[in-house]
Write a protein that binds this ligand. Structure first.
Ligand code: ZN
Length: 416
């Protein structure tokens, strides 16, 4: 049997607790054990407890890791990424510096449309290679599960291709949760006809995606200049008939009814929430919609930050995502934790809950990962930090080792 004993752990952050996303004040409860051990068998967590006990009972273990003075946390879950795309848009950084807005950049031929063109033109092997490179980098930074959206194809065939390629990347040691985002932007061939495109997404595109791909969620970009709340509702209700749960890009640039829509359709998450109304957030709390904050995008796009304290005060559950895309190329959730702690009002403990247990529930994997409890997948990170409160305090990479399903898949090279 494949067994591993992580022992003498200085601080073990288990996040043991109720089998659901943690809300409001619950996000501060980390379930910390000191001088602890985790016994892993066949890729699963078999036992968690005091190190001396487990060391005495598991002398015949195949691999032991002495983690004196280290912090061990669950593998991070990135609840929102657009990691599947071709090419890059570094030119736009110059335009941002000139003061151009997201919409002005799009009007100049940049933005989503430019990546749609590059992604459509990229052969399968190029799109696969570029995306895998990013996924592997995310893994090295501690992400063991990631939601990844389509949305740079924007035609029936191209959206199916994107989601099919994602399924073929499942062996990358990072678990991928695929989301269909046909309603990401209006493709050029539908210029001036947003309703016709929404009909295509809600009809033939969803039908093919449901039939041919493993998409788990359907997402819509509800925003002034993108899709209206009504178009979003039509698409998400159609998706539900195919068994795809809803997510919403909500209120990023304006208050456009995104939070209200997410509550109304019973979405699993509403994401961004920079400009949401109190009424919308309260409806989300009542329907248990998870709030996914993406402060990395506020940082790179020079937008205001969502106020996590306001959300926690309404007893919402908060998760975090990188929102990795060609507009905001962030592969590291540690970077996002730093930004969230400094600009969104989360404490280190709350941010850690957001990228573990709450991230797991936000991507429909709460039963599998996100906490260090018996039966869960052994997705574990060893952090070279004296305690978890150094997350967000130190800016940079603190992940020394990554275990995915009990296997060491990344180990930081020692200097020298
Ligand atoms: Zn997004």
């Amino acid at each position: 049997m494949d067994t591993v004993l992580l022992m003498k752990i200085g601080e073990l952050v288990t996040l043991a607790g109720p089998a659901r996303a943690r809300r409001g004040a619950e996000m501060r409860e980390l379930g910390i054990l000191h001088d602890a051990a985790v016994f892993v068998s066949d890729g699963r967590i078999a036992e968690v407890g005091p190190s001396p006990d487990l060391e005495a009972r598991h002398r015949d273990v195949a691999v032991t890791l002495d983690l004196t003075g280290k912090v061990v946390v669950p593998g991070f879950v990135d609840a929102h990424t657009h990691a599947l795309f071709a090419g890059s848009r570094e030119d736009e950084l110059e335009w941002k510096r000139e003061g151009l807005s997201y919409r002005e950049i799009a009007a100049r031929g940049g933005g989503i449309a430019s990546t749609v063109k590059k992604t459509r033109e990229a052969p399968d092997d190029v799109l696969r290679r570029e995306t895998l490179g990013r996924l592997r980098s995310m893994l090295r930074h501690g992400t063991t599960t990631a939601e990844v959206k389509s949305g740079y194809g924007l035609s029936v065939d191209q959206e199916v291709r994107s989601l099919t390629l994602l399924s073929q990347m499942q062996d990358a040691a990072i678990e991928i949760v695929p989301t269909f985002l046909g309603a990401h932007a209006l493709p050029p061939e539908f210029e001036g006809r947003p309703d016709a495109y929404a009909d295509l997404v809600a009809g033939p595109m969803l039908e093919e995606v449901a039939r041919k791909t493993a998409a788990r969620f359907c997402d819509v970009f509800v925003e002034d200049g993108y899709f209206t709340s009504d178009q979003g509702r039509r698409i998400l209700l159609a998706a539900r008939r195919y068994g795809l749960d809803a997510r919403v890009h909500a209120d990023e640039l304006t208050a456009c009814g995104g939070a209200e829509l997410a509550a109304d359709v019973g979405a699993v998450t509403a994401d961004h929430l920079v400009h949401s109304t109190n009424a919308g957030l309260k409806e989300m709390a009542a329907r248990r919609v998870i709030a996914v904050l993406l402060p990395g995008t506020s940082f790179t796009s020079r937008l205001p930050y969502a106020d996590a304290r306001r959300l926690l005060g309404l007893d919402l559950a908060v998760a975090l995502g990188t929102d990795l895309s060609p507009n905001s190329w962030i592969e590291s959730l540690q970077t996002v934790i730093s930004i969230a702690v400094h600009h969104s009002g989360l404490s280190a403990a709350e941010a850690l809950t957001a990228v573990t247990v709450n991230g797991a529930y936000a991507v429909g994997k709460g039963g599998e990962c996100g906490t260090i409890e018996t039966g869960k997948r052994a997705d574990l990170l060893v952090l070279d930090l004296p305690n978890h409160r150094h997350l967000g305090y130190r800016h940079g990479d603190s992940v020394e080792m990554v275990l995915s399903q009990g296997r060491v898949v990344h180990r930081r090279a020692l200097p020298g």
